[in-house]
Design a protein around this ligand. Structure first.
Ligand code: KG4
Ligand code: ZN
Length: 393
C-alpha cells in the first residue's frame, strides 16, 4: 500500500492508502493481467494475444484458446506485476473475469486466481466481463481527470461476442444495469470477422476492414437495414427487448453479393497470397484488393455503423440517458467513433470511448470494475466457477 494525498491534492494533509488490484482476464482469446490503483491509476496492462494461433481458422477455436491461456497466464501475471513495480505480496486483492465467455478459457484464469488468492491470503473478486468493458471507459476518463459522469448512462458494449445496450445507474456500492437491447444472432464484431473471412481478408476482421473501408465508396452497395420486429425469428417474447440488433442478415447479403458479382476467384487468389505472408499488414491486404472489394467493405462498414449508432441514439433519447459509453473491441473502429461523436453532439449527449488499447479485451478493465467491490468487501468464496452466459444486472 502506498500513502497518497487524499483527493490527489499534494498540499492536503489528509492521507489515505491506495489499494492495488491485480486483474486477470481470460474469457476469449487474450490472456491479460494488469495492476490498477483505486480503480483509476493504471500501473500496468499486459495483453498476450492469440491472434496467430486462431488466424488460420478465421475465428477463435475454444480448445486452442484454453491451451494458449495455460501457457501464457503465469508469465503474463509476472510481467504485469513487474511493470507495475509490485510484488505478489504488495497487491491488496485479485480480480478475475467470471463470465460471460468460453467456459474452458475462463476456467484457466479463475483457477489461477483462486490458487493465487489462497496462497497469498488475499481477497478474490469476481467481475462480469461486460461490466469490465463498461469500466474501461470510466478508467479512461478518470485517468484524464474527469470524475464527473452524469446518470442515467447508456452503454453500448460491442465486441466479437457481444452487442448489448445497458442502462446503468449509480448505487451506493457500484453500478446496477438493465439490459435494454442485444443482438438476436451474431455480434457486430463476429459479423466483421465472418465478412473478412468470406472476402479472404484475414483475421481478425475488424481492424483490417476498418483500414480498407477508407479506400472504398460506402454508398456503392446498398444493404437493407435489419428489420427487427417483436415476434420474429422465433425469439420468445420474454427475451425480446425494444432495441435489438441483428447482424447475420448483412453477412449473408455480402456472401450473396460475392456470388452474384463473380468475386469467388479473386477472393481465393487473395486467400492464397495472404497465406504465405505470415502476419500481413493492412497495406499488404490493400494491395490485393480491387475497387469492387473495397467498395463492398466500405458499404458493409457504413451499414453496421449506421445501425449501431442509430439504435443506440434512439434508445438514449427515449430512455433519457445523459451520458453514452461505447466500448468493446468494435469501439476501436474509426468510423464508429467519428459517427457517434458527430451525432451524439447533435443530440446534446456526452459520448465517451476507451483508448483503443482499453477497447479490446484487457485486464485493466477487470481490476477497475473490481474496485467498488473491494470497497464494499464484496468478495468471492472458493466455490464459484466459470459462467459462460453470465448476465449483467
Ligand atoms: O472486446 P474484444 O477484444 O473481444 C470480445 O470480447 O469479443 O473484441 C474483439 C472483436 C473482434 O470481432 C474484432 O474483429 C473486433 O473486436 N474489432 C474491430 C476493430 N478492432 C477490433 N471491429 C471493428 N473495427 C475495429 N477497428
Ligand atoms: Zn470483450
Amino acid at each position: 500500500m502506498l500513502l497518497r494525498p487524499f483527493n490527489g491534492k499534494s498540499n492536503n494533509i489528509r492521507y489515505m492508502s491506495e489499494s492495488y488490484i491485480l486483474g486477470i482476464e481470460s474469457s476469449c482469446d487474450e490472456t491479460a493481467a494488469a495492476v490498477v490503483g483505486d480503480g483509476e491509476h493504471l500501473l500496468s496492462n499486459v495483453v498476450s494475444s492469440q491472434i496467430a494461433t486462431h488466424q488460420p481458422y478465421g475465428g477463435v477455436v475454444p480448445e486452442l484458446a484454453s491451451r494458449e491461456h495455460l501457457r501464457a497466464i503465469v508469465p503474463v501475471v509476472r510481467q504485469a506485476l513487474a511493470e507495475a513495480g509490485k510484488t505478489y505480496e504488495s497487491i491488496d486483492a485479485i480480480a478475475v473475469t467470471q463470465g460471460p465467455g468460453l467456459a474452458g478459457a475462463l476456467l484457466v484464469g479463475i483457477s489461477y486466481a483462486k490458487a493465487l488468492a489462497f496462497a497469498l491470503e488475499k481477497p478474490l473478486i469476481t467481475v462480469n466481463h461486460l461490466e469490465g468493458h463498461i469500466h474501461a471507459v470510466l478508467l479512461e476518463e478518470k485517468q484524464k481527470g474527469n470524475f464527473q459522469i452524469d446518470f442515467p448512462l447508456l452503454a453500448l458494449v460491442v465486441s466479437g461476442g457481444h452487442t448489448h445496450l445497458f442502462l446503468a445507474q449509480q448505487r451506493e456500492h457500484g453500478w446496477t444495469y438493465k439490459n435494454i437491447g442485444r443482438t438476436r444472432d451474431d455480434a457486430a464484431g463476429e459479423a466483421y470477422d465472418k465478412v473478412a473471412k468470406l472476402l479472404g481478408l484475414g483475421y481478425p476482421g475488424g481492424p483490417v476492414i476498418d483500414a480498407l473501408a477508407l479506400h472504398g465508396n460506402p454508398k456503392a452497395v446498398k444493404f437493407v437495414p435489419s428489420q427487427i420486429k417483436h415476434g420474429n425469428r422465433g425469439t420468445p417474447k420474454a427475451e425480446q427487448t425494444p432495441y435489438d440488433f441483428s447482424f447475420s442478415g448483412i453477412k449473408t447479403a455480402v456472401l450473396r453479393y460475392v456470388e452474384l458479382e463473380g468475386m469467388r476467384e479473386s477472393v481465393m487468389a487473395r486467400q492464397q497470397a495472404l497465406a504465405g505472408t505470415g502476419k500481413p499488414s493492412a497495406a499488404d491486404v490493400l494491395a490485393l484488393c480491387d475497387k469492387r472489394t473495397l467498395d463492398l467493405v466500405a458499404s458493409f462498414q457504413r451499414a453496421v455503423v449506421e445501425d449501431l449508432v442509430g439504435k443506440t441514439l434512439r434508445a438514449a433519447q427515449e430512455r433519457d440517458a445523459r451520458t453514452l459509453f461505447v466500448t468493446g473491441g468494435v469501439a476501436a473502429n474509426r468510423e464508429l467513433r467519428e459517427t457517434f461523436a458527430l451525432q451524439a453532439a447533435e443530440a446534446g449527449l456526452a459520448v465517451f470511448f476507451p483508448s483503443r488499447k482499453l477497447s479490446t479485451d484487457n485486464a485493466a478493465m477487470i481490476a477497475a470494475a473490481a474496485f467498488p467491490k473491494l470497497r464494499a468487501k464484496d468478495f468471492a468464496g472458493a466455490d464459484f466457477s466459470a459462467e459462460a452466459s453470465l448476465a449483467l444486472r
